[in-house]
Design a protein. Structure first.
Length: 277
């Protein structure tokens, strides 16, 4: 063989090797995610079927519900026993205080936290640890004190913000700091409320949403009053996107849906090359 052919043979061999090496590189993986819905069904909802249809159509992985009654429990079980094999209902003596979760993923732990004593809270909270695609995740399903005192919304608007702050403070102290955390539900206050601000000061972020207001007071087919009072808040270990408020159902609240993902671990810095002595 002529020595002049050796460089060309080397080039041909390299061309055969490089594509094989490139094809062996792993493809980028799609981030693991789950979709979460929170929805206050309204214990006096005039047309429950419309709200059941909204849950079915959205088909979220985890559904947090507030204002659950015995009638709601029966309707939800009939409709979703196959779709959501993991369900926990907590009925409450105060009609609007029932709370529940429907989940496609296993619930490792579930606890009902009574209204914290001395805070003025009306309703319990539901703490969950869900084993899903993001690993164990702590979720607190809340229904904070409504803005009402002595039957008056005006008194309630002025005097209940400190009560919700005391309520969420008590709940926060019971959470497991080791777990990624989501707090969601009916906060009964807007995004600038004291309970929301308290959680933001502790590293949680409110998930921004597109769509109509989460709560509305309607008369003759028109919204006379509307506010964003249903929220999903996540800590720094959870990423959230695609927050939406669905214009669906006949509750005075609308469903809120977000997609949750685990935040990737920070990349390890590559050491800078050092010059040889």
């Amino acid at each position: 063989m002529s020595i002049l052919l050796l460089p060309w043979i080397a080039v041909l061999l390299l061309g055969a090797i490089v594509p094989a090496t490139a094809s062996a590189a792993p493809a980028a993986q799609t981030p693991r995610s789950l979709r979460l819905m929170t929805y206050n069904l309204n214990y006096g909802n005039p047309k429950p079927e419309t709200s059941l249809a909204a849950i079915e159509h959205e088909d979220a992985d985890i559904v947090l519900l507030q204002e659950i009654t015995g009638s709601w429990k029966s309707a939800l079980d009939r409709r979703f026993s196959q779709r959501y094999p993991h369900r926990v209902y907590r009925l409450y003596s105060r009609g609007a205080g029932g709370i529940a979760v429907l989940s496609k993923h296993a619930i490792a732990r579930e606890e009902l936290w009574a209204p914290p004593a001395g805070t003025g809270a009306w309703f319990p909270a539901q703490r969950l640890v869900v084993d899903g695609p993001l690993g164990p995740m702590q979720i607190l399903n809340v229904h904070l004190r409504p803005a009402m005192i002595d039957g008056s919304w005006i008194k309630g608007f002025l005097r209940t913000p400190p009560l919700r702050l005391a309520e969420i403070t008590a709940h926060w102290k019971q959470l497991d700091a080791k777990l990624p955390t989501v707090i969601a539900g009916d906060f009964n206050e807007d995004p600038w409320g004291r309970a929301v601000d308290y959680l933001q000061q502790r590293g949680l972020s409110r998930v921004a949403t597109a769509g109509p207001a989460t709560w509305h007071y309607e008369a003759d087919g028109a919204d006379l009053l509307k506010l964003d009072i249903d929220h999903v808040m996540v800590d720094g270990r959870v990423a959230a996107r695609d927050g939406r408020v669905l214009d669906a159902g006949t509750s005075d609240h609308r469903p809120v849906v977000v997609t949750l993902e685990a935040k990737p671990a920070p990349a390890t810095p590559t050491p800078s090359p050092t010059s040889a002595p």
